[in-house]
Design a protein around this ligand. Structure first.
Ligand SMILES: [Zn+2]
Length: 205
């Protein structure tokens, strides 16, 4: 099963949203929009186990990550994700989720209660190697994404949850749980739900 996991191909010279699987290569053509009407601020929050660590352990190119989200999934739906703050949170329990099998969502909710900001989307990053089965978790305005899954459909999937979306079983839809390597788009209802949620977040409900 492991070898069926999607592999991201990032070309050396050009940015690309290629997601490839052994049997079903999927290419998402990036589409960028200059001034999308629904703008969502996002904080990227690196979870570290102690004060001896910092965000450099993740080596995430934040600009490239936002480009991936906007170009492959959100700009085409008139949604723009904009960088807020890049932060570090020291939390060994969240960092090491493998001690909480089956309880990950509850731990995530509890452990981020004080660090997430309500006027934006909050993306928490933890190492994939510290989890057993979790690629990501999405809760109200909060997404947890394990580092190996940042540049995959896990990111828009969890952001979808954080903006009010539930699972569906339509192949190719971002919110399905089957064949994640084929996930590539949201449907009209999902886009409306996310846009309404963004307006609500921005109006500081
Ligand atoms: Zn899900």
């Amino acid at each position: 099963m492991k070898k069926l996991l999607p592999i991201i191909l990032i070309l050396l010279t050009t940015y690309s949203c290629s997601v490839e699987d052994d049997s079903a290569p999927l290419f998402i053509e990036p589409i960028f929009v200059d001034n999308p009407t629904a703008k969502l601020l996002v904080d990227i929050i690196y979870v570290v186990p102690s004060e001896n660590h910092d965000k450099s352990m993740y080596q995430l190119d934040e600009a490239k990550y936002l480009e991936f989200l906007n170009g492959c999934f959100f700009n085409r739906n008139d949604i723009g994700i904009e960088m807020g703050e890049s932060r570090v949170v020291i939390n060994s329990e969240l960092y090491d989720l493998k001690d909480n099998r089956g309880n990950e969502s509850a731990v995530f909710s509890r452990e981020t209660q004080d660090s997430y900001k309500q006027d934006r989307l909050n993306i928490y990053v933890i190492p994939r190697t510290n989890t057993i089965a979790i690629a990501g978790i999405g809760l109200r305005q909060r997404a947890l994404i394990t580092d190996e899954f940042l540049f995959q459909s896990t990111s828009p999937h969890e952001i979808g949850h954080a903006l009010g979306l539930f699972h569906c079983d339509v192949e190719g839809n971002i919110m399905t749980r089957v064949r994640p390597y084929l996930r590539k788009d949201f449907d009209g209802n999902q886009i409306n739900t996310m846009r309404e949620r963004i307006l609500s977040i921005n109006s500081d409900e």
